[in-house]
Design a protein around this ligand. Structure first.
Ligand SMILES: Cc1cc2nc3c(=O)[nH]c(=O)nc-3n(C[C@H](O)[C@H](O)[C@H](O)COP(=O)(O)O)c2cc1C
Length: 170
């Protein structure tokens, strides 16, 4: 069947999958209970997501779709753009049902204060939606001529440590 003849539903599904930079496994969870979702335009926050996921033996996926049913701890991250998280991150936070969900937040930014402000606001929003926020982590991300080389090895090691600390609280 040619592309133009696909049923409407199949076309929609394809479009949605193309929106993701890389595909999340069917459930979005490849170790019981842990999901790592990230919204990263330039790849800096994706590196942090992969450090967290690697530390916990799972893989990271772009934010896409609802919270998988089996998720015990959701690591959720974004770059900071104009003081805010990315669009997919915001859409996800606005639309998903966080009641009873344990969340850990992470970000990269040009300036530390930007990430702190953004993460504090998101944490408040999520608490208002019934989530428990287990912790936040942020580090510098290269931006134009600043923060060259970041996130660097130390930033990523600290991200891994953060991941372990979060899990120790569960
Ligand atoms: C369009 C745009 C807007 C940005 N706005 C901010 C900002 O308001 N505050 C800040 O500290 N950094 C800002 N930055 C820098 C990013 O937060 C930083 O480069 C971050 O690491 C990007 O993450 P990413 O590579 O995962 O997309 C901005 C970057 C871009 C591209």
């Amino acid at each position: 069947m040619g592309e133009g003849k696909l049923p409407r539903f199949a076309r929609l599904t394809r479009l949605r999958k193309r929106d993701c930079l890389y595909t999340i496994p069917d459930t979005g969870v490849d170790m019981p209970g842990i999901a790592v979702f990230v919204d990263s335009r330039g790849g800096n926050t994706k590196k942090v997501a992969e450090a967290i996921a690697g530390e916990l033996g799972v893989s990271a996926g772009d934010i896409c779709g609802p919270i998988p049913a089996e998720t015990g701890v959701l690591f959720l991250g974004s770059g900071v753009y104009g003081g805010k998280p990315g669009k997919a991150f915001t859409k996800f936070v606005d639309s998903a049902n966080f009641a009873g969900t344990k969340v850990a937040l992470f970000a990269t930014s040009g300036a530390a204060r930007s990430a702190e402000t953004m993460l504090a606001k998101v944490a408040d929003d999520l608490k208002g939606k019934g989530a428990t926020v287990l912790g936040t982590y942020h580090c510098r991300g290269k931006f134009l001529f600043s923060n060259r080389g970041h996130p660097d090895r130390e930033d990523l090691e600290r991200a891994g440590k953060f991941a372990r600390e979060v899990l120790s609280k569960v």
